[in-house]
Structure formats: C-alpha cells, structure tokens
Design a protein around this ligand. Structure first.
Ligand SMILES: NC(=O)c1ccc[n+]([C@@H]2O[C@H](COP(=O)([O-])OP(=O)(O)OC[C@H]3O[C@@H](n4cnc5c(N)ncnc54)[C@H](OP(=O)(O)O)[C@@H]3O)[C@@H](O)[C@H]2O)c1
Length: 259
C-alpha cells in the first residue's frame, strides 16, 4: 500500500487528513501529517495517521505529497524537499495563488493543483483539480479526491475563481446561515432550534439543485405565491442588495487573488 504525506497540518491539512481517514481509501496505508508545532495535532495520531515535523523524511517515504502551507511558506518548504523529491512522485498543491509553473521552477515532480474546501473533513468537499501527468497519475489524483466529496477538473487559469467560489464559498454560505439564524431568533426560536432549521433548510435547498439538476429560480417559483409571504421577503432582500452584495463580494475576493 502507498504512503501519502500532507506538508502543513493546519486547518486544511488536518481537514484533508480527517476526510482521508473517514474515506478508508484502500490505496493508502499511511498518511504522514507534518507541521513544526506537532503538539497541536497530536490528537490526530492513529494507526493510519503519523505526525511528524520532518518534511524531508515524510517526502522520502511517500508516493503522493500534498502541499498545504500558506503561500509565503511555499518557497522554504520546497527548497527543503527539493533534494529528495523524485520526478515520478506526485505533488498536489492546495496553496492559493501559487502556479504549477512556479513550483516546477524549484522541484522536479508531477505537479497538480487542487482547490478543496474544509468540508473535505466530512467527505463533502467541492474540489477543483488542474494539472496533467501520465494517465495513471491523473487517475490516481482523481481517485484520491473523489471519495472526499465532488470533484471536477478545470484549467489552471480558473483556479483563482475556484478558490473564491468553492473554498471562500464555505465562509459566504455560513454567513448566510448565521444571518438566517439571527432572524429566526428574532421571530421566536431559541438559537439552537433556529440554527438547526436554517442549516437543514440550506442543505435541502442545495440538494434540490444538485439532485434535480434544476435552476434555483425554478425551485424559487415553487415556493412563491402571488402576493404571498415568500415573495414579499425575497423582494425586500433584493431591494436591500442581497444578490448584488454577494456578487460584489465574490468579485472583491477574486480581484484580491489576482493581485
Ligand atoms: N482553509 C481553507 O479553507 C483553504 C481552502 C483551500 C485552500 N487553502 C489553502 O491551503 C493552504 C493552507 O491553508 P490553511 O487555512 O490550512 O492554513 P494554516 O491553518 O495556516 O495551515 C498552514 C500550516 O502549515 C504549517 N507549516 C508552515 N510551515 C511549515 C513547514 N516548513 N513545514 C511543515 N509545516 C509547516 C503551519 O504549522 P506550523 O506553524 O506549526 O508549522 C500551519 O499549521 C493555504 O495556502 C490556503 O490558501 C485553504
């Protein structure tokens, strides 16, 4: 069985390790999760997950390497592993804004980029992948992420957009959820019940679109009666800039990445 290492056991690195442990991927018998302050991830240690601060040893033992550090930490860590990484090893970078060509300047390996989100910890990620190696390597990368949620291949030029819509999107959706919960409290529910109702409703709305393959407006039409309650509230939200503020926020994040 193969070994996979995740260099950078922070928020996303830990989420990937948790998702992989849940998915019981039979291809990988060992996952090595590294960070400098290993005491912060001791609780993740298991028969499957090994904790280490030694990136070089982790890379030497691994067939697949996931790079999950902050963009400004990439250069140092790639310099550190450049002498030991081999051309046939697969390195998948989940780092925002660092291009495949930047990584190839420092190390010789099969480089991919992936943009998952933190729901990868519960196998519900949206993961966008770019990069190309041999057919077998492409298959291996897809097979790694497919059990961890939904997965599509995109051109690398769209990675910035994938980051905003898919990865930052978790925060955007959760701010909607929090606001809905606050409204629910004001109209009578306890915070726990309000959050429960709002969360299940958000999940149901997303599943209607994913499973029926329909357009949001089609589903909205089904719950809006002429002169009714839903359309009154919805139109008031639009008067207050609901869709517009969301689109403007997405664009602001996108322009920030492009800088
Ligand atoms: N969070 C998300 O939702 C998300 C989604 C998609 C993509 N991303 C991208 O994923 C990357 C990681 O994001 P994050 O939110 O997980 O950041 P983070 O929580 O800061 O994690 C980065 C981790 O890297 C470790 N690290 C730094 N230098 C290291 C080194 N030389 N060797 C080993 N470990 C090292 C740090 O731990 P120590 O300081 O203890 O070493 C830290 O825990 C970023 O580039 C981000 O843009 C994040």
């Amino acid at each position: 069985m193969k070994t996979l290492c995740i260099l950078g056991g922070g928020n996303l690195g830990q989420s990937i390790a948790k998702g992989l442990a849940l998915s019981q991927n039979k291809n990988f018998g060992k996952i090595i999760l590294t960070r400098r302050r290993t005491h912060l991830i001791e609780s993740l240690k298991s028969d499957l997950i090994e904790i280490s601060s030694n990136n070089v040893e982790a890379v030497k033992k691994s067939n697949v390497i996931i790079l999950a550090v902050k963009p400004h930490q990439v250069q140092d860590i790639l310099d550190e592993i450049s002498a030991v990484i081999k051309p046939d090893q697969i390195l998948i970078s989940v780092v925002t804004g660092v291009e495949i060509s930047d990584i190839k300047k420092i190390i010789r390996a099969q480089i991919y980029r992936a943009m998952p989100n933190t729901a990868i910890a519960i196998q519900e990620s949206m993961t966008c992948i770019s990069g190309q190696g041999s057919l077998d390597q492409d298959k291996e990368v897809l097979e790694l992420f497919e059990p961890l949620g939904k997965c599509i291949q995109i051109n690398e030029e769209l990675m910035g957009a994938a980051t905003v819509l898919g990865a930052c999107g978790i925060a955007f959706a959760l701010r909607f959820l929090r606001a809905a919960t606050q409204g629910g409290i004001e109209i009578g529910f306890s915070s726990e019940t309000s959050q429960f109702i709002a969360s299940q409703t958000l999940k149901g709305a997303a599943k209607l679109i994913l499973e029926n393959n329909s357009h949001p407006e089609q589903e909205i039409d089904k719950v809006t009666t002429p002169m009714g309650v839903t359309i009154s509230g919805l139109n008031e939200m639009e008067h207050q800039g609901f869709s517009s503020s969301l689109i403007k926020g997405l664009l602001t994040s996108y322009h920030k990445i492009k800088k």
